[in-house]
Design a protein. Structure first.
Length: 257
């Protein structure tokens, strides 16, 4: 299976200020990478560069031996699905129509019965059947997020990139979405890249963690390697107690800064 490789990637809106500087990572099929970092550190910029939404000032992104920047948008969409943090473009649609849009990379003139079957199978998997013909405007934040993730799965990509998929969700929806994504990643061999702020959720669900700080890679490795009290203090300037509980790193904030 082909991996997604980022090699020596840099980006800046001006020459004087680099938002990202010399970032190199690799995500295998079926692997989950969590990207951590303070606000404004370039997490969203990085995933947009990986998806060729933004053009890096240096470095390259490869899918296997294919250079992502040399592929068409339709070809990229068959490899990478992108779920942004906020998405208002679907708010006038019902759930079925929004999810079916994930089939656009494969459509010639109209949706086929196979396209519709794929969409309805995913709607069922994401427990959205009762909302199928409801307007997205009438749904809660957690329900909408399930719709956008369903749309990405209907694309049948090799990798899914998600920008803070659990932001503004309650605990149940956070766990539901991350459990669902993790199961799909393993069962269907889809690689996941997601920005995330919750260190404990990152420890539970991610195979690798990338910490970004000051435009650079601050730490990169498994949760056990990366989520240390020293690294968390160095990146966020907070005191924590990190323990191994039930096989996962558990980060507890201490009151004193």
């Amino acid at each position: 299976m082909k991996s997604l490789k980022v090699k020596h990637l840099s980006f800046g809106y001006t020459k004087e200020q680099k938002i990202l500087d010399d970032i190199s990572i690799e995500v295998e099929s079926g692997e989950i990478l969590g990207i951590l970092g303070p606000n404004g550190t370039g997490k969203t910029t990085l995933i947009k560069c990986v998806n060729n939404i933004l053009e890096p000032s240096a470095g390259k992104v490869f899918y296997g031996y294919d250079l992502i920047s040399q592929l068409s948008r339709k070809e990229i969409a068959k490899i990478i699905a992108y779920v942004p943090q906020y998405n208002n473009s679907f708010f006038g649609m019902n759930v079925v129509d929004a999810v079916l849009m994930g089939r656009m990379p494969y459509v010639t003139t109209h949706y086929t019965e196979q396209d519709k079957k794929i969409a309805f199978d995913i709607i069922k998997q994401m427990e959205l059947e009762k909302f199928a013909f409801r307007s997205i405007k009438a749904m809660s934040g957690g329900e909408r997020q399930r719709v956008f993730i369903a749309r990405s799965l209907v694309q049948q990509p090799k990798f899914i990139i998600l920008d803070e998929p659990t932001s503004a969700l309650d605990l149940h929806n956070q766990l539901f979405i991350l459990h669902t994504l993790a199961n799909i990643a393993k069962e269907q061999n889809i690689g996941l890249i997601m920005t995330i702020h919750d260190l404990n959720l990152a420890a539970m669900f991610c195979d690798k963690i990338l910490m970004l700080k000051d435009s650079h890679v601050f730490a990169y490795g498994t949760p056990h390697e990366v989520l240390t009290e020293e690294n968390i203090d160095g990146m966020y300037r907070v005191n924590t107690k990190v323990q191994d509980i039930d096989g996962f790193k558990h980060v507890r904030l201490l009151k004193n800064l």
